[in-house]
Design a protein around this ligand. Sequence first.
Ligand code: SF4
Length: 292
Amino acid sequence: MEYEGIIYRPPSEAKSLILQVTVGCAHNTCTFCNMYRQKNFRIRPLPDILGDIRELEEGGYGPYIRRVFLADGDALAMGTEELLSVLREIRRVFPAAGRVSAYARADDVLRKTPEELLLLREAGLTLFYLGAESGDDGILEAIHKGVSSADLIAAAQRMRGAGIGSSVTLISGLGGQEKMEIHAKASAKLITAMRPEYAAFLTLRLYEGTPMYEDAASGRFRRITPDQIMDEMEIFLTHVDSPGTVFRSNHASNYLALAGTLNGDIPKMLAQVRRARDGHRYRRFRETGDLL
Ligand code: SF4
């Protein structure tokens, strides 16, 4: 089984089998993202994907796979019939796989009918990771996300209707100095409306070669400080209302690791945010290539 290029997966899929069904991201224009810039998007031929699964079957791995993650950036760009064929083969070869997940864009979700999503759920697709990034439409437009907050909410509703769970990612600092408060409040409003099973914050990193890196280098985009990121998180946690959503900000990029369930753990997490800000005690970014 061979992978094409660098493979990305959510932190919670660290123990999953990664099955590459597409190469790259069909959108590939978000101004902060460098994940798939080197890849020309294509959907892998179905026989190649099924061949990967059968190779694992022949290797005797079938009974041991518990989770499968469909890479790369947007597996839902695949036609429904092809995706169903992949899911059926996953179910046949990996009967213990209780979770099959993928990154998904809201527009890809909305291109599937409710009936198609239901078929995909019945065939075993259980969770989509939606990169919302922000709840503010001005920011979404500025970063060339290609979808609006209304699209994200509609996608979450359609997924819920089909029984597919959602894990929504937001990006701390994405509004910069000018829109910090707008970003925090609109993101809280978005999560309140989407009411996902999981919500998480990453922290903005700027990678050389991306439009956003150039904007920051030239002063067109002014990053917020770690203290302001705590302010932003405080505003978010004060405004969000999504009981039952499992909340995390424990990615390597985050200055402060938070984990709890909304709304019950909000007071505890707010206290952590305020303590960190008062003492200026933050984790450091662990990757290189960042401007800080
Ligand atoms: S949709 Fe996701 S993977 Fe594609 S460019 Fe935007 S952030 Fe990157």
